[in-house]
Design a protein around this ligand. Sequence first.
Ligand code: V47
Ligand code: SF4
Length: 379
Amino acid sequence: METIEAFSASGIDQSLLSIAEKVYSGERISEADCLILFQKGELGFVGALANSIAQRLHNGKVYFNRNFHIEPTNVCVFTCNFCSYSRQYKHRDEGWEMSIEQMMDIVRKYDGQPVTEVHIVGGVHPKMNLEFFCELLTRIRAHRPDLHLKGFTAVELAYMFRKAKLTTREGLEMLKAAGLQSMPGGGAEIFDAEVRNAICADKVDGDGWLNIHQTAHELGMHTNATMLYGHIEKYEHRVDHMARLRDLQDKTGGFNCFIPLKFRNKDNDMSHIPETSIIEDLRLYAIARIFMDNFKNLKAYWPMLGRETAQLTLSFGVNDLDGTIDDSTKIYSMAGSEEQSPSLTTEQLCDMIDAVGRIPVERDTLYNEIKVYTPAAEV
Ligand code: V47
Ligand code: SF4
């Protein structure tokens, strides 16, 4: 309570003080409180609260995993205005389309290496259907049974299942039988219908996204959740988005982590919108940590944020830096991220974490600890 007294002595706004009291006594904050934090919470204030929560939950540990990405295609039937990455089917000669054999070549590159996860996400190609991806999963599973298969956004799945004339449950059961173990969090963007219609009108809506994740949780699969922020959305939309995720997590407990994704403005139809400042980014991470009290893990995806900002987020509630991402993931380099070839060795990731006084911990996809890197431990 010393911190509360210090806040109080500093003459801080009464509404912020009562939020601080809730946080320090472990009480959940409301949506109205969350909005107040966005409107009035200075970086130092929200950072202190978020950091205390992350310290209580993780005691200085910061997680990463050893993974690689496969992006089967950037050809996409959808036309999200913020996307710098996709190409329409009629312009597919400007993009890429991988065969199963080409994707297996990527998998074979990691033979004998201690990677634990493959992350498979791409555009929504009209010809890559459910059978195609079931075959891919079966082939990877047979070649590398130890690898955790995490794949497909709710946007890809909604399209795949509709074309196959299957319900969400039936489609997910097929993918699960072929080896799919969890799902990444992409495609969530902003759930609010008005904002969604303005930035990505033609793909699955907010309720559809949530329904696919709920069904996956009911089938025992874990998934991630994202939020694309820093474009035309208002603070109210961020609060609504995070509240819907928090409600679903209360119901199912199936989300592994929350990943805010900063809108990058290069080469897309929203390039006229300026990017958010680093201060606004850090405030968002801190507020997410405070509000989303049932999400144990808050991830900063370093290829999008850049290494230094990702490092800074560790003092604002973040406890996960994703992974070594040892491959050419293009979605952010094409949208203006400084990280043109996002790949870090385990040693570089550990150094990034260690440099800000935190403890690097290698995890698997489900956040089981694989190795704690104390300063004396060998990398
Ligand atoms: O849904 C697209 C975003 C997402 C831009 O679950 C953009 O572990 C910023 O969700 N600026 C796909 N963001 C990637 C994704 C993801 C990434 C890493 C880890 C995980 C995980 C999930 O990328 C899309 C969209 O929200 N995106 N374009 C852009 N210009
Ligand atoms: Fe397609 Fe995804 Fe780009 Fe939207 S964000 S156009 S769904 S690749």
